[in-house]
Ligand binder design. Structure first.
Ligand SMILES: Cc1cc2nc3c(=O)[nH]c(=O)nc-3n(C[C@H](O)[C@H](O)[C@H](O)COP(=O)(O)OP(=O)(O)OC[C@H]3O[C@@H](n4cnc5c(N)ncnc54)[C@H](O)[C@@H]3O)c2cc1C
Length: 398
């Protein structure tokens, strides 16, 4: 057994890094364990497609974006808000900006500097880093401390633990969220993981794919039973990706509005008044300036009979049926649903069955769409959990 550190944070994603910061700044001696070779890997991956760190939506819309009714989201963001997070980033020396669709990004779009500067801050706060260090078990001692067992066989005795172990998406093929076994052994109820913020398979005709390839279908609106969302979709060889399908994707028939800036009546009027003597589809392409992807979609995938008249083409442009076959697998999803059941935690994300042990971030069974909500919720939960964890720590430096 090693000398006693006071608090252990496990996982170096946004939730874990924030928890380590709060604990260290609150005077605790902190050990940060990460099973990977390097810290913050998921954040670095997230930065690969432009690091969207939060949302600028007005508070009511912002709060409505989160699923997980057992969490008091209003209270959570009252304790660590979007503004607090942006200030924290500014203090790290990072510039942020508000992009399109009310999203905040770090100026350089990547996460490299964020991770580097955050780790440097933790080092200045004397946080002890342990990489390639997987936590595999924990037990409560008679004196209410916890003994945490590492895969190496080493044991650490701590006063408080913050688990920030992440969800189950984007793991390498065949890998799994192994921490589930550890917490199941401790009697903690979990909800099975499923893909979230993921693409859907569509049976594209080979002729369509060879004509279009991987291209964006810009500025459309996707409607499903879950609701509707505007944005850009990416056509892939297996189906579709992009914000609209991440937000409202659901197995079954969805409808694309391919000209969301025009009403059905305006489209019909334009098509009806065009003088050219062209076949209905060519007339629609010309008059409505449909791009190559829209034109190919109508040509190859419009339901039988639709291309016979401009009226039916106008209707199909506004409500183009598309069968979304199934959600893409967890290995490709941006995030996951499922994880620790929310009934297991109190308002500070402490496990009710294990006083002094906290869980934060994507490992909990809440969900939000893309748009910066995920990282914001993770840092806010890490902050709140760590604040409460401080009361379980001895404060050697205070
Ligand atoms: C391609 C992609 C793009 C994304 N883009 C965005 C975006 O722009 N904006 C946004 O808000 N979100 C984005 N996300 C989602 C975001 O990255 C995650 O929601 C977020 O990283 C979750 O944070 P976390 O702290 O809960 O867990 P993670 O960041 O997943 O970190 C958990 C850490 O715990 C470690 N760990 C697990 N088990 C153990 C163990 N037993 N012992 C020790 N260590 C362990 C893992 O190795 C991991 O490093 C994106 C995700 C992906 C895949």
């Amino acid at each position: 057994m090693t000398a006693q550190p006071t608090a252990l944070v496990v996982g170096s994603g946004p939730a874990g890094l924030m928890a380590a910061t709060v604990l260290a700044e609150g005077g605790a001696a902190v050990v940060l364990c990460e099973k990977q070779k390097a810290m913050g890997r998921k954040l670095l991956i997230a930065g690969g497609s432009g690091l969207n760190i939060s949302s600028a939506l007005p508070l009511p819309d912002f709060l409505r974006s989160f699923e997980g009714p057992e969490i008091d989201w209003h209270k959570l963001f009252g304790k660590f808000s979007v503004r607090d997070w942006l200030e924290f980033l500014a203090n790290l020396g990072l510039k942020t900006f508000k992009g399109t669709s009310d999203r905040y990004f770090v100026e350089e779009l990547k996460a490299t500097n964020l991770v580097k500067r955050w780790l440097a801050l933790l080092q200045r706060r004397q946080v002890q880093f342990k990489t390639e260090c997987e936590v595999v078990a924990l037990r409560r001692e008679i004196d209410s401390t916890y003994v945490v067992q590492l895969a190496s066989g080493e044991e650490l005795r701590v006063s408080a633990v913050v688990f920030a172990l992440g969800g189950a998406s984007w793991l390498p093929q065949g890998a799994s969220a192994d921490w589930q076994k550890m917490l199941a052994a401790a009697g903690i109820q979990q909800v099975p993981f499923a893909s979230a913020n993921c693409g859907f398979s569509v049976d594209w005709k080979p002729e369509f794919l060879s004509e279009v390839g991987r291209q964006p279908l810009k500025n459309i609106e996707l409607q499903t039973r879950k609701g509707s969302r505007k944005g850009d979709l990416m056509i892939t060889d297996y189906g579709i990706e992009g914000t609209p399908v991440y937000a409202v994707g659901e197995t079954g028939i969805g409808f694309l509005d391919l000209k969301s800036d025009l009403t059905a009546a305006a489209i019909a009027a334009r098509l009806g008044s065009a003088a050219e003597n062209l076949a209905p589809l060519r007339r629609a392409v010309k008059v409505l300036k449909l791009d190559a992807v829209r034109s190919a979609l109508l040509f190859h995938h419009a339901p039988a009979g639709v291309l016979a008249s401009t009226e039916s083409i106008a209707a199909a442009i506004k409500k183009f049926p598309l069968l979304l076959k199934e959600a893409r697998p967890l290995t490709e999803a941006i995030s996951s649903r499922g994880g620790i059941a929310l009934i297991e935690v109190d308002e500070n994300f402490m496990l009710k069955k294990m006083p002094g042990v906290f869980v934060a971030g994507e490992m909990l069974d809440w969900h939000a769409p893309t748009g910066g909500f995920l990282i914001q919720a993770c840092v806010s939960q890490g902050y709140v959990a760590a604040h409460a964890a401080l009361s379980f720590c001895q404060h050697p430096s205070i």
